[in-house]
Design a protein. Structure first.
Length: 187
C-alpha cells in the first residue's frame, strides 16, 4: 500500500502517475494521520507547495520516517542521472538528462527538463515546462516557475523564486525573486 500525504490537486496528479506505473493500492492520508501508520508504510508527498511540502517532510523525517517513495511517471525520461532523491517526484513527460541530479522531496513537474549536469537541490520545485540548461544549479527550497528557463551554468540560490516565463541569464542570490526576460530582481 502506498500512502499519499495530502489530497489536493497535486496529490491526485501523483496518484494518476502511480497508477500508470501499476500501483493500485493507494490511499490519501492527512499529515497528522501518518503517525498512526506503521513505520514500514510506503509514503509519498502529495503536497505541491514548497513551504508546506518541506515542513511536513522535515517533521516526519525528524520523527523517524524513512520509507519515502520516489515517484517517477512512466512517461518521464530519466537517463543516467546521478541521483533522484528519496521522496522526489518526476511527473508526466519530464526529462532528466545524463549527469543531472534531483534532491530529496523535490518536485520536477509536467514536461520540465533538467539538462545534462544540472543539479536541483532538496525541496526545490521545477514548474511545468521549465528548462534547466546544462550545468545550471537550483539550490534547495528554490522555486522555478512554469515555462521559466535557467541558461547553462547559472545558479538559482537557496529559497530563491524564478517567476513564470522568466529567462535567467545571471546567478540569482539566495532568497531573491526574479521575473521577466531577461530575468531581473524584484525582491
Amino acid at each position: 500500500m502506498i500512502h499519499i500525504i495530502g489530497s489536493s490537486g497535486h496529490a491526485h496528479v501523483l496518484r494518476a502517475s502511480l497508477r500508470a506505473r501499476g500501483h493500485q493500492n493507494i490511499i490519501f492520508v492527512h499529515s497528522d494521520d501518518v503517525r498512526g501508520l506503521s513505520k514500514d508504510a510506503r509514503l509519498v508527498m502529495g503536497i505541491g507547495l514548497n513551504p508546506a511540502r518541506q515542513e511536513v517532510a522535515d517533521a516526519l523525517v525528524l520523527d523517524g520516517w524513512t520509507n519515502w517513495m520516489t515517484a517517477v511517471d512512466p512517461t518521464a525520461v530519466v537517463r543516467e542521472v546521478l541521483m533522484v532523491g528519496a521522496g522526489a517526484q518526476v511527473l508526466t513527460g519530464a526529462i532528466l538528462h545524463p549527469g543531472s541530479s534531483v534532491g530529496e522531496f523535490t518536485l520536477v513537474n509536467t514536461r520540465a527538463v533538467v539538462e545534462h549536469d544540472a543539479i536541483v537541490g532538496r525541496h526545490a520545485f521545477v514548474g511545468p515546462g521549465a528548462v534547466l540548461c546544462g550545468g545550471s544549479a537550483v539550490h534547495g527550497r528554490a522555486f522555478v516557475g512554469t515555462n521559466a528557463t535557467v541558461i547553462p551554468g547559472v545558479t538559482v540560490g537557496e529559497g530563491a523564486v524564478v517567476g513564470a516565463g522568466a529567462v535567467v541569464t545571471k546567478d540569482v542570490p539566495p532568497g531573491a525573486t526574479v521575473v521577466g526576460v531577461p530575468a531581473r530582481r524584484v525582491k
